[in-house]
Design a protein around this ligand. Structure first.
Ligand code: SME
Length: 169
């Protein structure tokens, strides 16, 4: 896959993710507050990659509704039902949505008209409960690839294990 010159190569990405995930682990050491964790993760990820233009969490507050959590970037939609958009699809299907072209995704919610591509990863506990989804939007087309998916899924799995049982509703 080719990317615009502004986007890091796969090797750079992997190295950057390794460093960011290690930093997040260190920052969250001993932290038990889920909101503090989400805020820290959003901040660290957002500032590590030039193609991250909106980075944040939507919390699963019921079996069919996501509500905005900590994020970086312009304001996001406040509430997203599971039936709507890329975030809703990730929550409903409980699997990552990698969307190279948001215009080609039926029902995509255009919170920002500049968004061209995105990735949304569910945060699931080992018991399979959905805590939240991690949503990253880019103004670059096809900004995210399998490397992003692999590392973000690793991160979200860690968060799901770590914050299982946390009161989120
Ligand atoms: N792009 C998302 C909506 C969330 S905001 O853009 C921050 C979606 O379609 O689910």
């Amino acid at each position: 896959m080719t990317h615009p010159a502004t986007i890091a190569t796969t090797t750079d990405r992997a190295a950057t993710y390794e460093a960011v995930l290690a930093r997040i682990d260190a920052l969250l050491d001993g932290e038990t507050d889920w909101i503090a964790a989400m805020a820290t993760v959003a901040c660290e990820l957002h500032h590590a990659f030039p193609y991250y233009h909106w980075t944040g969490f939507y919390r699963a507050v019921s079996d069919d509704l996501l509500v905005i959590g900590p994020y970086q970037g312009g304001h996001g939609c406040l509430r997203i039902p599971f039936s709507k958009g890329v975030c809703g699809a990730a929550a409903r299907e409980r699997r990552t949505q990698l969307v190279p072209d948001v215009d080609a995704f039926p029902g995509h919610i255009a919170c920002s008209s500049t968004t061209r591509s995105e990735i949304v990863v569910p945060v699931l506990t080992p018991a399979g409960d959905l805590l939240a989804v991690l949503d990253v939007d880019s103004d670059d087309p096809a900004a995210f690839d399998a490397t992003d998916q692999q590392y973000l899924e690793r991160l979200c799995a860690r968060l799901g294990r770590r914050f299982a049982g946390t009161p989120v509703r």
